[in-house]
Ligand binder design. Structure first.
Ligand code: GTP
Length: 340
């Protein structure tokens, strides 16, 4: 009989496009290579899970789409996690949250799950996009910057990723900045999240340590056992007289389903023209001038196209994420590409 033990859970957080899925796919390979069974709970803002495509079919995955765990489906997270564990009996679970999520709410969800089943939150790993942090920290008033700060504050480990995009002197400044926000979590500078993956085995106790550093979260609440921040925390939420606003409410998502293939150069040109309010886009594209479909990524003004051979029928779709952008203008530009 399988001994009943608690399943380790790692939360992967970080702003949109910072490299969470890159880290996740590496971590999954590591566990599979060592003969263990990882599982994934993934949350995406759009109504299609494009990151899920990068995860092998044999990895059990629960998808929570169409919203941010922190607002719309937070209550379900505990139940989903319980079901995932009971159904698949994984050796480890990774929870990847949308980059617009406040990790505190995820911590709540995982702690809720620990009331229902034997799970143990081992770490909150925040992947920081060095280039974004560098730029946003120069105009520190924005909501996005505040969210990035919260993600850093609640981490038990920090990956300062995309160091290839930032000069060394600036990296030193970013290291100091992160240290001020979170004096406890070790910082690992990375390119494409290349870390010694056995690290995951040694993350025991990280969350408990952060428990003591509760004030670093700035929420002013008592912290739940094993979690950095307590259920019901108003941390990072703003209360108006009649409304309850969340820190990421400013984030907009536009999902475009393509009716037909488009010209690859024109598409690239359109992406090159995107306003800076759109900071993240991804999709599955079919081009008139190429045979196979492409997984397309756009993060912080960098574009990436990877040829894919999907095993199942997939839509041609692109998801655009940003703040206060002109959705109808984007829609008509995309329709024009399709000759509509
Ligand atoms: N230049 C550079 N690009 C990177 C690095 N790490 C990841 N990327 C690229 O950045 C893009 C976004 O990476 P993802 O791993 O999908 O980021 P994410 O945090 O999962 O994104 P969301 O799911 O939208 O929040 C991809 O095109 C990656 O190939 C890095 O260290 N340097």
């Amino acid at each position: 009989m399988k001994e009943e033990r608690s399943v380790p859970v790692h939360i992967l957080t970080g702003f949109l496009g910072s490299g969470k899925t890159t880290l996740l796919t590496r971590a999954l390979d590591y566990y599979k290579l060592s003969g263990r069974k990882p599982a994934v709970l993934m949350n995406e803002l759009g109504d299609v899970n494009l990151d899920g495509m990068l995860v092998d079919e044999d990895v059990p995955m629960t998808e929570m789409l169409g919203g941010c765990i922190c607002c719309t489906i937070r209550g379900d997270l505990g139940m989903e996690l319980k079901q995932l564990i009971e159904e698949h009996q994984p050796d480890v679970v990774f929870v990847e949250c949308t980059g617009a999520a406040n990790p505190i709410e995820m911590l709540d969800g995982v702690t809720d799950a620990s009331l229902l089943t034997k799970v143990e939150l081992k770490s909150v790993i925040t992947v920081v996009d060095a280039a974004q942090l560098s730029e946003r920290s120069h105009s520190p008033k924005g909501k996005t910057y505040r969210l990035m700060q919260d993600q850093i504050r609640c981490a038990t480990r920090i990956l300062l990723n995309k160091t290839d995009l930032v000069p060394p002197a600036e990296l030193v400044r970013l290291d100091t900045l992160i240290r001020e926000l979170n004096p406890a979590a070790p910082i690992l500078p990375t390119v494409r999240c290349e870390i010694e993956l056995s690290l995951f085995e040694h993350l025991e106790g990280g969350v408990a340590e952060r428990h003591q550093a509760a004030s670093a979260c700035g929420c002013g609440h008592e912290h739940a056992e094993g979690g950095a921040c307590a259920t019901g925390s108003d941390h990072d939420h703003e209360h108006g007289s009649d409304a309850h606003h969340h820190s990421h409410e400013h984030v907009m998502v536009y999902t475009h389903y393509f009716a037909r293939p488009v010209d690859s150069e024109q598409f690239e040109a359109l992406i090159g023209r995107l306003p800076q309010e759109i900071y993240r886009a991804k999709g599955i594209l079919r081009f008139t001038d190429t045979a196979s479909p492409f997984l397309f990524q756009y993060a912080y003004r960098e574009m990436d196209f990877v040829k894919i051979s999907p095993k199942e029928e997939l839509p041609s779709v692109a998801v655009f994420i940003g703040e206060h952008f002109d959705r109808s203008h984007l829609e008509s530009e995309l329709e024009a590409l399709e000759g509509r």
